[in-house]
Design a protein around this ligand. Structure first.
Ligand code: PHE
Length: 516
């Protein structure tokens, strides 16, 4: 104990003495000290945290006003920290970018694009879907942002592989059907006897019959699950032509196109803010105070000092008690600093990944009226990779289809083209699936190549492995904290940026509370 002030150590020793190691460990978790416990229950800093100690909240300079920087400022602001955000781009938000008519999208070494979408149309050029378990939804709730379902899986959307197009529901029914049949046959032939008991085999066969919609002889003979040419109404409808043979189904190559939503981060249902993803940015900026954000401010130097951090930018210099640096690591690595060579080396480890999207606005929602597709994703083995249909404003007059969403080499290929050529290529590819209307019906388009976005230069990053560089940067270097999706296992998700910001805020606040 230190006078009237209860130190953390004293508190833990006391809890340990009274409640044993388990209680002490739990308390450590609550304080963010036990491994793996930091993100369990985040407690935002509160003004009241200081009152016992008669201390004031510190001054913090935050580099980058993307989602990580904004959340850091928002949470620190709850306790009265005096935050200043320096943002190199013209707007806050970073990769959370929603494009609407009237916007202009510039690009490194490329022409600017004028966005001419109709009123009410929008295109989420960056993040566009949120899983239910992600902290992103908690921020939507807290900030009063209405959400709606994002259709990530649709039986009505298509798979286009090896030059052929079929409904994804049809492709699934055929793959599941034949897999079930094979496994049922293997079971009945005794091939699984050494692994599966007789009793379990009964259960397995019962499941396989349901899984594949198998016939009485446990053979796949097609299924209503595949869909219809004409759906049942007063009559039984008109079935599709029967499924191909097992060989034909395998040769169609649909297998890799029907597992996209299997991951824990892609499983249905997913969500999106009503009216555009940038609602998250707008509400955060409001809560933080737009006057705390200086845009067009490019950071040129970071100096950690005994009593604070000095950050210089192309329009001035600012001194704060602490710094939270949220820039992409590959850009941060180039800024002169005195944080040591290991920090620079660690920042250089993650490799930026190219990612691109095109928004195609159509004057009619033919995918709804003609194809009966309401949201969802078509998977392809073409360089466009995916086509997304809008999960909002169904039956409206116009709509925006995402004509490609690709990464790595495919994204680099499109990124290297002019906007007109990206569009031409995307339309040529999409026409293979949707026919001529896909090309002729487009009103306008805009494409983004994230690796060519100034001050961002990548869709996200990939760590060669989550090694000591990764953990080094999760800790402060002097008075400088790092944050961003790139410092989490939730890379390429806003939730990563948010969790990371919370981690930095927790560490910073605890340090302020215990500093003399
Ligand atoms: N979050 C991005 C998306 O949903 C990128 C991503 C894709 C991340 C798939 C993980 C898995 O498209």
């Amino acid at each position: 104990m230190d006078g009237a002030r209860l130190t953390r150590r004293g508190l833990l020793v006391g809890i340990g003495a009274a409640g044993g190691a388990g209680a002490m460990y739990a308390a450590m978790g609550a304080l963010g000290l036990a491994p793996g416990e930091q993100d369990k229950a985040f407690t935002p800093p509160r003004k009241g945290d200081f009152s016992l100690q008669g201390r004031a909240a510190a001054k913090v300079v935050i580099l980058g006003a993307g989602v990580a920087g904004l959340v850091a400022a928002y949470e620190l602001g709850k306790a009265g920290y005096d935050c200043t955000l320096l943002e190199a781009r013209a707007e806050a938000g970073g990769r959370n970018l929603t494009l609407r008519g009237g916007d202009r999208l510039t690009e490194l070494n490329g022409p600017a694009q004028a966005v001419t979408f109709g009123q009410g149309s929008y295109f989420n050029a960056g993040p566009a879907r949120i899983a239910p378990w992600m902290v992103t939804l908690d921020y939507c709730r807290e900030l009063g942002i209405p959400i709606e379902t994002f259709v990530n899986r649709s039986a009505q959307a298509y798979v286009h592989t090896n030059g052929r197009t079929m409904r994804s529901g049809t492709a699934r029914a055929d793959m599941y059907g034949y897999i079930a049949e094979l496994l049922a046959k293997a079971t009945n032939a005794g091939a699984l006897n050494r692994k599966v008991t007789k009793g379990d085999q009964e259960v397995l066969l019962d499941f396989l019959r349901r899984f594949g919609d198998l016939g009485p002889r446990l053979e796949y003979e097609g299924s209503g699950r595949r869909g219809f040419v004409k759906y049942p109404t007063l009559d039984a409808g008109t079935p599709l032509t029967p499924p191909g043979t097992l060989h034909q189904v395998l040769a169609a190559g649909t297998g890799r196109a029907i597992t996209n939503d299997f991951g824990y981060d892609q499983a249905t249902p997913m969500f999106q803010p009503v009216g555009g993803m940038d609602a998250i940015v707008n509400r955060l900026v409001e809560a933080v105070g737009a006057d705390r954000i200086t845009t067009g401010a490019r950071v040129t130097g970071i100096t950690d000092q005994a009593d604070g951090v000095e950050v210089s930018w192309d329009g001035g210099r600012i001194k704060a008690d602490y710094c939270v640096a949220t820039l992409p690591p590959h850009l941060l690595a180039k800024i002169p600093h005195n944080l040591g060579e290991p920090v620079t080396a660690a920042l250089r480890r993650p490799v930026p990944v190219a990612a691109g999207k095109i928004g195609l606005e159509y004057g009619s929602r033919w995918w709804e009226t003609d194809d009966r597709i309401y949201g969802g994703v078509t998977e392809t083995d073409l360089d466009i990779t995916h086509i997304w249909y809008p999960s909002h404003d169904y039956h409206a007059e116009r709509g925006i289809v995402v004509g490609y969403y690709n990464t790595d080499q495919h994204a680099e290929l499109y990124g290297a083209l002019t906007p007109e050529d990206r569009r031409r290529r995307a339309l040529t590819q999409g026409k293979k699936i949707h026919g001529e209307k896909y090309r002729t019906g487009v009103l306008s388009s805009v494409s983004i190549a994230w690796e060519r976005q100034e001050h961002i230069q990548g869709g996200w990053v990939r760590w060669p492995d989550f090694d000591s560089s990764f953990t080094l940067l999760q800790r402060p270097a002097g008075r400088v904290y790092f944050a961003g999706d790139w410092l989490t296992r939730l890379i390429a998700w806003q939730a990563g940026a948010m969790e990371s910001a919370r981690g930095a805020v927790t560490q910073l606040h605890q340090r302020v509370l215990r500093s003399p």
